[in-house]
Write a protein that binds this ligand. Structure first.
Ligand SMILES: NC(=O)c1ccc[n+]([C@@H]2O[C@H](COP(=O)([O-])OP(=O)(O)OC[C@H]3O[C@@H](n4cnc5c(N)ncnc54)[C@H](OP(=O)(O)O)[C@@H]3O)[C@@H](O)[C@H]2O)c1
Length: 217
């Protein structure tokens, strides 16, 4: 499978590196083709790893992962363009956090409560099949659920069932056995809306090696 991972931060690095280790071809996307972090990642990860501009790597890929900072998700989607991702499964792992006021960050009002970063992404890329997932945990747990002992959950939501199956398959490769499907993409309002709680829990636990577990009757 050919994956574009848009984002050069911790999440982009973790997901891109894991996907290469699983045998996929991966291109890391950035604003410029010579982005230092993307070039360094490609140089360190062998022949299946390359980098390029957002639009180029998205057009090349079968599946596209958005791992950019949430406040710029629409700008990055504009740079990608609808044609590059038409008909493709687009995986959104972002959270719409405003860091400008220091810690803890707040949710960006224009991307929360009555909407979400996931929905804004879908609106900007109407022919893509956007699935929201993995945004409710630290990046290391995303690709290694065994970091947290016992059973715990990953969520997904989106409008397209086939795209969700693509994502379930990717999650299975990461080690997730029973993802919780929350239904339509509007459920991203809920999973992104967990961030203020997650950030407080991070403070209470003292590290990021924890996750949610939904216990049912
Ligand atoms: N960190 C985690 O464990 C974690 C867990 C769950 C979800 N998330 C979410 O995953 C996403 C990525 O998180 P992160 O911690 O890896 O990195 P981040 O610092 O939130 O985002 C870094 C990426 O955003 C790009 N970016 C910054 N400003 C931009 C702009 N004006 N236009 C276009 N792109 C811009 C950066 O590009 P440059 O390289 O050009 O600076 C870089 O590729 C975020 O939405 C975050 O909330 C993070």
């Amino acid at each position: 499978m050919k994956y574009a991972v848009l984002g050069t931060g911790m999440v982009g690095h973790t997901l891109a590196t894991k996907l290469v280790s699983l045998g996929h071809e991966v291109r890391m996307g950035a604003r410029s083709a010579d982005n230092e972090k993307a070039v360094a990642w490609a140089d360190a990860n062998g022949a299946k790893a390359r980098q390029g501009r957002f639009a180029e790597v998205a057009a090349w890929a079968d599946r596209v992962i958005f791992a950019v900072n949430g406040g710029n998700i629409v700008a990055v989607a504009e740079a990608v363009g609808n044609d590059a991702v038409a008909g493709k499964t687009v995986i959104d792992v972002t959270n719409p956090l405003d860091m400008s006021g220091g810690l803890p960050p707040t949710l960006i009002p224009e991307l929360s409560n009555t909407t979400s970063a996931g929905e804004a992404l879908q609106a900007q890329l109407p022919d893509a099949k956007v699935v929201k997932t993995l945004n409710t945990m630290n990046h290391l747990i995303m690709v290694d659920p065994a970091r947290v002992p016992g059973e715990h959950d990953v969520f997904l939501c989106g409008e397209d069932d086939a795209a969700k199956q693509d994502v379930v398959a990717m999650l299975a490769e990461f080690g997730w056995t029973d993802p919780v499907d929350l239904g339509p993409l509007a459920a991203a309002r809920g999973t992104e809306g967990l961030m203020p709680f997650w950030l407080r829990m991070w403070g209470a636990v003292g590290n990021a090696d924890f996750n949610y577990r939904i216990v049912r009757a």
